[in-house]
Design a protein around this ligand. Structure first.
Ligand SMILES: Nc1ncnc2c1ncn2[C@@H]1O[C@H](COP(=O)(O)OP(=O)(O)OP(=O)(O)O)[C@@H](O)[C@H]1O
Ligand SMILES: [Mg+2]
Length: 223
């Protein structure tokens, strides 16, 4: 399956990538698809029992009902809450090796009908000092789903992210507006219409605050 491989990136950190990824994984599973998930590098991991626990990866794994090993789903874990390239240096651990990531990704893809890969932060975040999440999308032939945190500043962050994806020739499936807070501000009430006027990429839908994933959003993704 080559078409259904998505990178869930976002306008920044804490914008709802894991929340959307888990909701999509569960929804795709109920549509009868075997869902593969991956968090290639997770930073800010907590230490438990002498190891590092990758919380996002474990949430994605549970939502996808995956039985694959956590080390396959998240090959690189770092304690420092930094970009992976910086976290590796700070923690004194090996930097991400793209070949190892590719091996893990292909193993996951081979056993799945679709794959959701969660980035860290946004597209330009360095995985190593030579490669970022745009490079990852290109290497694994992933289509970008951009999570846009619906608050003041969203327009600038979304337009820059989508323009960067286009400049790097990253295929873009679309963006999702995420009501990360109750949409009460003037910005959050008008961002959707503004982005529709400014962006060539389609809006796949809106994830409401504390709301279930709209089925139409899954339909839009699978079109
Ligand atoms: N639609 C939503 N409604 C309510 N809470 C939300 C929503 N989306 C995200 N959140 C909350 O916002 C916080 C950040 O979301 P999440 O962890 O999904 O972001 P992220 O982009 O994956 O972050 P990171 O960059 O750390 O990976 C979480 O506490 C999550 O529960
Ligand atoms: Mg996350």
């Amino acid at each position: 399956m080559s078409g259904r491989r998505w990178l869930i990136s976002g306008t920044g950190t804490g914008v709802g990538k894991t929340t959307l990824g888990c909701a999509l994984a569960a929804a795709l599973r109920t549509r009868g698809l075997r869902v593969g998930v991956m968090k290639p590098a997770e930073t800010g991991c907590s230490e438990e029992g002498g190891g590092l626990v990758a919380a996002d990866a474990m949430m994605l794994r549970a939502a996808a009902a995956s039985s694959l090993a956590p080390e396959l789903i998240c090959p690189y874990r770092y304690r420092s809450p930094l970009a992976p390239a910086a976290a590796a240096e700070r923690d004194g651990l090996p930097a991400v090796n793209f070949g190892r990531l590719a091996d893990s990704f292909e193993q996951i893809a081979a056993q799945s009908d679709c794959v959701l890969v969660e980035g860290a932060g946004g597209l330009a975040v360095p995985i190593t000092w030579e490669s970022n999440y745009a490079d990852l999308a290109l290497a694994f032939r992933l289509e970008l789903i951009l999570v846009v945190a619906n608050r003041l500043g969203a327009i600038n962050a979304a337009v820059l992210s989508l323009d960067y994806a286009a400049s790097r020739a990253v295929a873009t499936r679309g963006y999702v507006i995420n009501d990360i807070e109750p949409p009460r501000s003037e910005a959050s009430l008008t961002n959707s219409a503004s982005l529709a006027r400014l962006c060539r990429a389609p809006c796949l839908g809106t994830l409401g605050f504390d709301a279930p994933l709209p089925p139409a959003l899954v339909d839009a993704l699978l079109l």
